[in-house]
Design a protein around this ligand. Structure first.
Ligand code: MN
Length: 415
């Protein structure tokens, strides 16, 4: 990789190096929402850059950069969106760039509001971590036979709900719902006592297939625009009572939180790694070649109401048993059509050791082993006013391709 020197000053450990350049939607004050690219602690205002004629050679209409979501931009196709990113990379590393004459086009991230970057049509949640599925199977079903017979033959998933997906920073209310108390035969209606996070990543669909036409695995990555951090909030007590036989419902659909920057698949290319060997062999439509996993370090922390932060989980996206290309090939193999802006989440990303479990359900082993936080308090699940933060990055200082963070505070139930 050729070394590039960006003329925008970059903090040493920034996730947003010149090699990343993720896309997002931001606004400043009462000005309209627009597209931006994160660079260090700044945002390059793409609508402003476009108005100076910088994207003329690509024949992209200026108003594409002055939208409330990235959908139209993504709809241009990878050929054009990649060009925009490569041109910005060139301008920001060209010491003679005329863009340096327009300092107002670089907005401080701290002065901007970051918005949900997508109009999300449909949201699907997979269940693709072997360690997570095994842990949950042990706790909810049979310790000796944790995986159901289908698990190693197809990427298990369910259709979630997009209306309640919110961007980082928006607080979440503890959900009310129906639960079955232990040892009782009568359900009660109450605030969830087992509110949990799920450490996930999601990919953004960037190209549509026609209804009735499947996406072959070897073309699947052409349909993936980029990725986000995804906290799939879960109410374990509601989930446990309701999920038989049709799967997750109100224990899941009250909220999910996403990070504001969409990191392109292209910027993650250097971090491809081989996934775990799949045994037994999968059916031909799920067979793949080459490295299809990505080495992305992930961390979850809980900041209590006293402001003290404790790391509770360190995991990595590379652990996933089923990769994104397999998920998309499977999702469409029956002819189901996907649309630009659809989100497909990975499922909880747990690793092999207990410190890498991606949910409180696993970290506290079903609430039986409380974890002690830095401030001395204990948690089995998430308390009111806790702030849950997830971060993720690939690479090393100076060459990081990171996702920033998704953080959300839990507020008491609305009774
Ligand atoms: Mn989930």
């Amino acid at each position: 990789m050729e070394e590039k020197h960006c003329w925008v000053p970059l903090p040493d450990h920034t996730h947003f190096s010149i090699y990343n350049l993720p896309f997002g939607i931001f606004s400043v004050g009462n000005n309209p929402k627009r597209l931006g690219i994160a660079i260090g602690d700044k945002i390059l205002d793409l609508a402003g850059v476009a108005s100076l004629g910088y994207f003329k050679t690509l024949q992209i209409p200026d108003e594409i950069f002055l939208q409330d979501t990235l959908n139209q931009f993504i709809g241009l196709g990878k050929k054009q969106t990649n060009q925009v990113r490569i041109m910005v990379q060139k301008w920001l590393s060209d010491q003679e760039s005329q863009l340096r004459n327009y300092p107002h086009l670089l907005v401080d991230q701290s002065e901007a509001t970051l918005h949900l970057p997508l109009e999300i049509g449909d949201y699907t949640d997979f269940y693709s971590s072997l360690e997570h599925a095994t842990n949950v199977g042990k706790m909810f079903r049979d310790p000796d036979n944790a995986l159901l017979p289908n698990w190693k033959h197809l990427p298990v998933g369910y259709h979630g709900r997009s209306s309640s997906i919110v961007v980082s920073g928006i607080p979440i209310h503890r959900p009310m719902g129906q639960v079955m108390p232990v040892g009782s035969s009568q359900p009660v209606f109450k605030a969830s006592e087992r509110l949990d996070f799920e450490l996930e990543m999601a990919f953004v669909v960037g190209k549509e297939n026609r209804l009735g036409q499947s996406i072959p695995l070897d073309q699947a990555e052409e349909y993936i625009f980029g990725m986000l951090l995804f906290n799939d909030w879960s109410a374990r007590d509601i989930q446990k009572w309701e999920y038989v036989p049709l799967g997750p419902f109100l224990g899941k659909n009250f909220a999910s939180s996403v990070s504001p920057w969409v990191v392109t698949l292209e910027s993650l290319e250097p971090f491809r790694v081989n996934g775990p060997a799949q045994d037994p062999p999968v059916l031909p439509y799920l067979q793949y070649q080459g490295p299809r996993n990505f080495d992305i370090n992930l961390e979850v922390s809980i900041t209590t109401s006293d402001g003290i932060e404790s790391a509770v989980c360190q995991s990595n996206f590379k652990h996933m048993y089923w990769n994104m290309a397999q998920q998309l090939a499977h999702h469409t193999v029956n002819g189901c059509n996907v649309r630009i802006g659809d989100l497909m989440a990975s499922g909880t990303i747990s690793g092999p050791d207990p410190g890498s479990y991606g949910s409180m359900l696993e970290l506290s082993w079903g609430g039986t082993r409380p974890i002690t936080l830095t401030d001395g308090t204990q948690r089995t699940f998430i308390d009111d006013y806790d702030l849950v933060t997830m971060t993720g990055f690939s690479g090393k200082p100076g060459y990081q391709v990171g996702f920033g963070k998704v953080h959300s505070r839990v507020l008491p139930a609305v009774q």
